[in-house]
Design a protein around this ligand. Structure first.
Ligand SMILES: [Zn+2]
Length: 198
């Protein structure tokens, strides 16, 4: 099973007028920004101080929590992207946060489980919608405490035995990495144990 680390749900390059998340007002001086070609891409430029506001992918984490042949999935609530579909516990890294602590926090928030992160399984690019392009570090973890129950952002949470079949999944990347973990001898990269658990 070959590594796959780029997942496209839309055409990555979009027109400026379709870009709902472009910077409209300058973060430095508050003046109006316009879209212009700068350094080979359309970017928001301040009409007053000429600051260029770069737009980058959002860093996120997803966590494959494993117990023998079983793994945890959550069913996403109705207001989220991929609502009603299943995914690995996941979320965005806060600005003040390291990515390992973000993983521990997101798992606690969504499933109430305490975990210890064991390794980095992969890093994936997800072009999800024209305004959601995430760069996701996928981590392997084990449970250290708590009972699985759905919480923030999830309407259900459950252990699944790996059979190769999945419930309806929200993200192609999750299906791929779960399969690759269980079907190949996937070497994970070590993590900094100072940040791997709460
Ligand atoms: Zn400005």
């Amino acid at each position: 099973m070959q590594p796959q680390q780029v997942f496209r749900a839309y055409r990555p390059v979009i027109a400026a007028e379709e870009d709902l998340h472009r910077t409209l007002y300058c973060r430095q001086c508050g003046s109006l920004c316009i879209s212009e070609m700068v350094e080979g891409d359309v970017r928001s430029i301040c009409t007053s101080c000429h600051a260029v506001h770069y737009k980058n992918p959002q860093p996120a984490v997803a966590v494959l929590i494993v117990d023998g042949n079983r793994f945890v999935l959550g069913k996403r609530i109705s207001k989220s992207l991929g609502h009603g579909q299943w995914c690995l516990p996941c979320g965005y890294v806060e600005f003040h946060e390291d990515y390992l602590s973000a993983a521990v926090r997101e798992v606690k928030e969504e499933t109430t489980l305490d975990i210890r992160v064991q390794s980095i399984l992969s890093v994936v690019t997800n072009y999800l919608t024209p305004n959601i392009h995430s760069l996701v570090t996928v981590l392997l973890a084990e449970v250290t405490g708590g009972e699985l129950q759905a919480a923030d952002g999830m309407e259900e949470a459950a252990w699944f035995s790996y059979t190769g079949d999945f419930p309806e999944m929200a993200f192609e990347a999750d299906t791929h990495i779960i399969s690759r973990y269980f079907e190949t001898d996937l070497p994970g990269a070590p993590v900094d144990s100072n940040f791997a658990s709460a």
